[in-house]
Design a protein around this ligand. Structure first.
Ligand code: ZN
Length: 292
């Protein structure tokens, strides 16, 4: 079952988040017909955004991770809520690039290219909080580690993985975020560094049969007494509806709507997050126009 866990070590020096997002990433791959390269990009972003959303205060708060690079993948956006709902889209879903010659793995750095990573937090205030950094690494996980250090002043370690099968399905997707709280003792930090240096990567370990709970307690925070405080489900879910898009149509001018009626056009509005088309026929547009 896809889920997110969060907690803290017994001595309250280290916070942790871990996620199994395998089905969620599979769903994103199917909805958007993602290439393998894009499944990896989107999968890493989905895991990261859901973990950051778990740290929001209210269900109404929304966090968005946006990657805007000059590589062939182009722009990718993922939005998540504290309740575990996530949605996203990529500009060029079908683009595939050759594996990295040396590592024989997906060349995500090349697919993304140079550009920016932005975190947008809508906390219900007048203006959203926006943090932006240059993409220095292009792996997403390392870039987020850098983001936490630079923009939020929190020393962190971020691990994100997506294991794709040759037929394009997602075998495993998940990751972790570890954050060091102020005044953490040097020996605790060295212990984590030692644990992380021995840790291969999340999805290979999950593929070997380890749960995300195991990854934290047996490997990443081994000997540091991690305590899970919360376990919550996560889902790919778009919150769009015909009613919401009707509000968008009401923003068109009366002239534009009348034109659609006169030419007997059906207005089609496409939701980029779930690939759904909403059609508004002549009769419906006449109704909307009457109410204006
Ligand atoms: Zn939608």
């Amino acid at each position: 079952m896809d889920r997110i866990i969060r907690g803290i070590t017994k001595d309250k020096s280290i916070r942790f988040f871990a996620i199994d997002a395998t089905e969620t990433v599979n769903k994103a791959t199917t909805i958007h017909h993602l290439s393998m390269t894009n499944s990896v990009i989107m999968g890493r972003m989905i895991s990261a955004t859901l973990m950051m959303a778990a740290d929001l205060k209210s269900d109404k708060n929304v966090i968005t991770l946006k990657i805007d690079g000059d590589g062939p993948a182009g722009v990718a956006i993922v939005t998540a809520r504290k309740n575990g709902y996530v949605k996203g889209y990529v500009k060029n879903p079908e683009i595939e690039i050759p594996l990295n010659e040396n590592t024989k793995t997906f060349d995500i750095q090349k697919a993304i290219g140079r550009g920016t990573l932005s975190i947008i937090k809508d906390l219900g205030m007048r203006n959203p909080y926006i943090g932006q950094i240059e993409l220095k690494y292009g792996t997403i996980a390392k870039d987020l580690t850098y983001y936490f250090a630079k923009s939020e002043q929190i020393p962190s370690s971020v691990g994100l993985g997506v294991l794709v099968m040759p037929d394009g399905t997602i075998k495993q997707a998940g990751g972790f975020i570890i954050q060091v709280l102020p005044e953490t003792q040097e020996d605790v930090i060295s212990k984590i560094e030692e644990n992380l240096s021995k840790f291969p990567n999340s999805t290979d370990m999950m593929h070997m049969g380890h749960s995300i709970e195991d990854l934290i307690s047996m490997f990443i925070l081994k000997d540091l007494e991690p305590e899970i405080k919360e376990t919550a489900p996560v889902h790919y879910k778009c919150d769009c509806s015909k009613k919401k898009f009707e509000l968008g149509i009401k923003l068109l001018s009366k002239k534009e709507l009348q034109e659609a009626i006169d030419t007997n056009e059906t207005l089609t509005i496409h939701c980029h997050f779930c690939n759904t088309d909403y059609n508004f026929d002549k009769k419906k547009i006449e109704n909307i126009l009457e109410q204006m």
